[in-house]
Design a protein around this ligand. Structure first.
Ligand SMILES: [Zn+2]
Length: 181
């Protein structure tokens, strides 16, 4: 293919699939310039869209309570009394099925770090605090994001309270914690 033919090929594939031209050029330039042996497998661009749903399984109520009732729930073992948040369907010590228990939504930071680098999902929040919070009434730790004006205000031992977002999706990000003033 000559240069004009290659550019036409890139434009067509870009229009058809929405693949950025620079990606197409990176992946297919050698092919279109004729540098791949004629008998080598021919690769062509394509697009796959997948729409699916999945389940939270035994943790489902935890997320429904966040979404529907702005409530933080744990699960308690009827045998040893240990309470898990995030919840577990079974006690990992006794193997007994646990029971749901509503927690007050307050807690204490057990460990925390300030994030200055992150993925695209959280880049607009940098710097932010990621913390292990021990919810009051729970024997385990919940990893969560904090939202604070000044990240220096957050440290181990800081008392925190759950805040529920206006738009709740049934996800762990429906809740975040802030220092309890
Ligand atoms: Zn137990």
């Amino acid at each position: 293919m000559n240069r004009n033919e290659r550019e036409a090929w890139y434009s067509y594939q870009h229009e058809k699939y929405g693949i950025p031209v620079e990606f197409l050029r990176r992946e297919f330039d050698e092919e279109l310039k004729g540098n791949i042996p004629m008998d080598a497998p021919l690769e062509i661009p394509d697009k796959m869209e997948v729409i699916f749903k999945y389940t939270y399984g035994q943790q489902s109520r935890f997320f429904r309570e966040l979404r529907e009732n702005k409530a933080l729930y744990g699960s308690r073992c009827p045998e040893c009394g240990k309470t898990y948040c995030p919840p577990r369907g079974h006690c990992h010590t006794c193997y007994q099925p646990t029971q749901w228990v509503k927690l007050p939504g307050t807690g204490t930071i057990e460990a925390c770090t300030v994030q200055y680098y992150t993925t695209s999902s959280f880049i607009k929040k940098v710097p932010f605090v990621c913390a292990y919070v021990k919810p009051d009434g729970s024997d385990s730790l919940l990893m969560t994001n904090m939202e604070v004006d000044d990240v220096a205000k957050v440290k181990v031992g800081t008392k925190v309270i759950a805040v529920y977002r206006d738009l709740r999706l049934g996800a762990i990000t429906d809740v975040y914690f802030k220092p309890l003033d």
